[in-house]
Design a protein around this ligand. Structure first.
Ligand code: ADP
Length: 226
């Protein structure tokens, strides 16, 4: 089943002589439960693609369907709700709220929505990610690897349509990097979670089912990993 589709997606930054085409008519379809890696040189458009698909930024042209909604037509308020409920974002620098403990950081999207947390799902996620014993700690009391686990837990709490990860291991040592990728793989398998992962590491990319290579704002290669 298709969970995300974009057609002729274009993003142009600046204007006049400063114009930069960061994405150049990208069309892409992602199946539910797929694990896709995006590779390419710095400046090839990877982060821009991820931000547009996650509703963090808006396209200059083209459409983006996530489930049945064209998110390129949503208002700013609708887009904020879409992001909270439908997109899990994991970044290199975790982006946790320093003054909130681990439990509140993970539940933040749900609390911002004024919803009651699903305690069963919460417990299962924190146990699986190995942070159940750290729920009342503040982010600064955790290691980098543990903070990234909290960020992954937060991204999974809402059963998002898609989990988008932008170089999630960029700030971690080898062991924690490997564990983080394994946790993303496990989320993919255990929750049938669709994952799109940006990485510059070939070995990491080979853990995905599919590798997209970007160059100058275009997808120049689309390979299935056997
Ligand atoms: P990657 O993630 O592959 O390194 P990016 O998507 O960050 O590539 O950037 C693609 C191109 O768009 C680059 O030329 C970059 O300089 C440009 N770019 C990205 N963000 C902005 C911005 N906010 N304003 C202007 N240019 C930008």
């Amino acid at each position: 089943m298709e969970i995300l589709r974009c057609s002729n997606l274009t993003k142009v930054y600046g204007n006049g002589s400063n114009e930069i085409t960061a994405l150049d008519h990208i069309s892409l379809s992602l199946e539910k439960g797929s694990f896709t890696a995006v590779v390419g040189a710095s400046g090839s458009g990877k982060s821009t693609l991820l931000h547009l698909l996650g509703g963090v930024d808006r396209p200059t042209g083209g459409s983006i369907y996530v489930e049945d909604t064209d998110i390129s037509t949503l208002s700013i308020e609708q887009l904020a709700i879409f992001r909270r409920r439908k997109v899990g974002l994991v970044y290199q620098f975790y982006n946790l709220i320093p003054t909130l403990n681990v439990r509140k950081n993970i539940l933040l999207p749900v609390l911002l929505d004024g919803q009651k947390p699903d305690e069963k799902r919460f417990s299962k996620i924190v146990e699986t990610l190995g942070i159940a014993g750290r729920l009342s700690n503040l982010p600064r009391e955790l290691s980098g690897g543990q903070q990234q686990r909290v960020a992954i837990a937060r991204s999974l709490i809402y059963q998002p349509a898609i989990l988008l990860a932008d170089e999630p291991t960029g700030n971690l040592d080898r062991k924690n990097s490997q564990e983080t990728i394994e946790l993303l793989q496990m989320s993919n398998r255990q929750y049938d979670q669709t994952v799109l992962l940006i990485t510059h590491d070939e070995k990491t990319a080979l853990k995905a089912d599919r590798i997209l290579t970007m160059e100058d704002g275009k997808i120049v290669q689309d390979e299935v990993v056997s």
